[in-house]
Each structure stands twice: as structure tokens, then as C-alpha cells.
Design a protein around this ligand. Structure first.
Ligand code: UDP
Length: 387
């Protein structure tokens, strides 16, 4: 299609990510589809990124995720240094038709501040939009910078100023959804799983407490702060406690983790992750925040595992209660729903994923938004912002 897109993934993790990596997974899923459609992709990431692209822009040799939870005055230079490289690349050559930016706050602020000769920008909002009221309340991207959400519910909660810049939402996708409707069913075990960063919003403490009370086996998978393996966390000194997610783990989750009924296995990746989810009776999301996009939700459907969750954020958009999962507004009901999930049809979950959450569906959504953003930049009245 003759378009060159600079995809700014940020400096935190390589693309594809080694295990955990929400944004980097989105980029790794989207880019191959865009290139199949003829888009030339310049990726701004770290040097160790192995994703096939037309050009790689990097400042750091490797992902900087381990530094992310250090105090602001020690860590803020990382995102700035990366973005400095991105802006330099944009000024060096005039070949970029559009920047698709994923670098929270720093990406949006610097790209919006560039002059009218800079390319049009689509900034994808991946997170909780209550996080940066100062920036989101004042941002002015003119007609050149637009934002999109990863769900309608996320945008509905966005500050007004941000909504005025919005061109809509594109749901997250997973490569596991391609052909998911044609995969054979997998033999289920008796475990449930919570897959995600161990952090208060994801509610691992609620899941672990309910599993102990109701007596169902639960496996927690995902990093605790920068620690991917239980042995690494155990070996970390007191300094680790500066990290709020590490404190959450020790104070709220670990007391319910006995290593038998409830286990924490650290970060899982690749085949191990897919087998863990595919053999689970349910994937549990005892959410305490308004989940904006939920990659792990669509992955679960693609692997034929119903989702049991609190009715928060994007969950009602992704899951049909009674067909692909069970939703409740009451935390304490989750335990009963984990057991009831056995009655749902795993093939129905896989069919839904193949219909709605493939990389091809996501890429189509983004190509449409790229068109709208470029039109808006060319015709200053712009398209009517939508939510
Ligand atoms: N993930 C993983 N291994 C783990 C835990 C998580 O590969 O042990 C992946 C998970 O499969 C998903 C991503 O990390 O692709 C998390 O994305 P999600 O949107 O669910 O959560 P968030 O971006 O809020 O962390």
C-alpha cells in the first residue's frame, strides 16, 4: 500500500518480548500483518528486538524493563533517551508517512509538540487513562495527532481533552486466534490460572484467597515487579521491597500461596504458557481496575478456555456472559463461577477468537485508523472525533 510507518514500541522490552510484555506483544502481532499488506515498517525499539522489519531504530542494546520501578529521578532519562532517538530519526529523513506511537506520556507529549512538518501520529492508549491527568487534560495535538483506545470502555472513561483527539478503538488480538476454530480440543486439567503481572489491579490476592476458601487449584503465572522466577525474588535483597508490586506480593498474595493448592510459577512463555492456559478449566481475572484491553483475555479464548472475571473495564466487550465466560460484579461469587465454567463450550471460545481477535482483524482496524489520521492531518477540519 506504499505507506511507511514508524512503529514506536519504546525501550522497555525487546519485540517480540521474552515472556511478559503487553505492548510489545501488540507490536509483534500487528507488524507482520501490516507488512503483509505492503506497509513498510521502521521499528523503534531496543537493539535485541528480533522482529522482522524494514529498519530498526534503537538507543539501548536491550530491554530496560528491570529499571522501570526505580525512583523517577533515576529512571526518567531512559524513555527520554529513547524518544530523543525517535525524534532525531524523524528529522533526519523525510520518508515516514505516519508514526504509530505506543510510548506512554513521553511519546504523546513529544510527538504532539513537534512542528507541523512532522508526520501525522496515531498514539495508542494502552493503559488506565486516569493516570496522567496533567498531560491528558492539556494535550494539544492539533489536527496532526490522534489517539486510539484498545476498548470502547477505556475511551468512555478518558478525560474530555483526550476523547477530542480520539479516532476510536481497536481491540487487542493474538496470533493464537488465527485458525483457532479449526484446532482440536485440548484435554482439560483441574487447575485455573491467573496470567499477568502480579499487581493489585489484576487481583491475584483475591483469586488466591478464594481458591483457598473454595478448595480449587490455582496457578499464578507472571512477573512480580522485575522478578520473573520465584528463585530470583527469593534471592533479591531488601531493596526489592521498594517496588510496590513486590510489597503487594509479600503482604497480600504470598500468605495465600501454599505451593500446593495455590502456586506461583513465575513468568511462563511460548509453548509452556499456551499449554498452561489451554489445559485450564478457566482463566480467572479478579480485577480491581478497569482493564483497558486484556490481551490475556483474548488469548484465553483462542486457547479454548472460558474466562471468569469481575465485570470491569473491557471485559463485557470481549466476553459474552454465559457463552465465552462468566462475569460477576461480586468478588466472592468468582469461586462458584470457576466451577460453573466447566459447563461452557470450549469450541465456542475458540470460534469467537477466530472471528474477532485475529491479527488480521486488528491490522485491518489500524489501517482504517491510519487513513483517518492522515486525512485529519491533511484536512485541518479533521474527521469528527469518535469514542
Ligand atoms: N504473559 C506471558 N507470561 C506470563 C504472564 C503474562 O506471556 O507469565 C503475557 C500474556 O500472555 C499477555 C501479556 O503478557 O500477552 C499481558 O498483557 P495484558 O494485556 O493481559 O496485561 P497488561 O498489559 O496489563 O500487563
Amino acid at each position: 500500500m506504499g505507506l511507511t510507518v514508524l512503529m514506536n514500541s519504546g525501550p522497555w522490552l525487546a519485540v517480540p518480548p521474552p515472556g511478559y510484555g503487553g505492548i510489545e506483544n501488540v507490536v509483534a502481532t500487528l507488524v507482520p500483518e501490516l507488512r503483509r499488506l505492503g506497509v513498510r515498517v521502521v521499528l523503534a525499539s531496543v537493539h535485541s528486538s528480533a522482529l522482522a522489519v524494514d529498519e530498526l531504530v534503537s538507543i539501548f542494546p536491550d530491554g530496560q524493563f528491570a529499571h522501570l520501578q526505580r525512583p523517577y529521578n533515576q529512571v526518567s532519562g531512559i524513555a527520554q533517551a529513547h524518544q530523543h532517538g525517535v525524534v532525531r530519526r524523524l528529522r533526519e529523513r523525510d520518508d515516514i508517512d505516519l508514526v504509530h506511537d505506543h510510548l506512554e506520556a513521553v511519546g504523546l507529549a513529544t510527538l504532539a509538540a513537534m512542528g507541523p512538518d512532522a508526520p501525522p501520529v496515531l498514539h495508542t492508549l494502552h493503559w488506565d487513562l486516569a493516570k496522567h491527568p496533567e498531560l491528558y487534560g492539556t494535550i494539544d495535538g492539533g489536527d496532526r495527532v490522534r489517539v486510539n483506545g484498545v476498548s470502547a470502555s477505556q475511551l468512555a472513561r478518558a478525560p474530555r481533552r483526550l476523547r477530542e483527539h480520539s479516532v476510536g478503538h481497536v481491540h487487542l488480538a493474538t496470533p493464537l486466534a488465527t485458525g483457532a476454530d479449526r484446532r482440536a480440543p485440548v484435554r482439560k486439567g483441574d487447575h485455573s490460572v491467573i496470567l499477568g503481572r502480579v499487581t493489585p489491579g489484576k487481583g491475584q490476592d483475591v483469586g488466591a484467597r478464594l481458591a483457598q476458601r473454595a478448595g480449587f487449584p490455582l496457578i499464578l503465572a507472571g512477573p512480580v515487579g522485575p522478578y520473573h522466577r520465584p528463585a530470583d525474588l527469593a534471592a533479591a535483597g531488601n531493596e526489592a521491597l521498594q517496588n510496590p508490586d513486590v510489597r503487594f506480593w509479600y503482604d497480600e498474595v504470598a500468605p495465600h500461596v501454599d505451593g500446593e493448592l495455590v502456586r506461583w510459577i513465575g513468568t511462563v512463555a511460548g509453548r509452556e504458557r499456551d499449554d498452561l492456559v489451554a489445559t485450564a478449566r478457566a482463566t480467572l481475572f479478579p480485577l480491581r481496575w478497569e482493564e483497558p484491553g486484556g490481551t490475556a483475555v483474548v488469548e484465553s479464548l483462542a486457547l479454548g478456555t472460558p474466562v471468569v472475571a469481575t465485570t470491569r473495564g473491557c471485559l463485557p466487550e470481549l466476553i459474552e456472559h454465559g457463552r465465552t465466560g462468566l462475569l460477576t460484579g461480586t468478588e466472592d461469587d468468582l469461586a462458584d463461577l470457576v466451577l460453573a465454567a466447566d459447563l461452557l463450550d470450549e469450541a465456542e471460545c475458540r470460534r469467537e477468537a477466530a472471528r474477532r481477535f485475529t491479527p488480521a482483524v486488528m491490522a485491518q482496524g489500524y489501517v482504517e485508523l491510519y487513513d483517518r489520521v492522515r486525512q485529519s492531518a491533511l484536512t485541518p477540519a479533521g474527521p469528527t472525533p469518535s469514542t
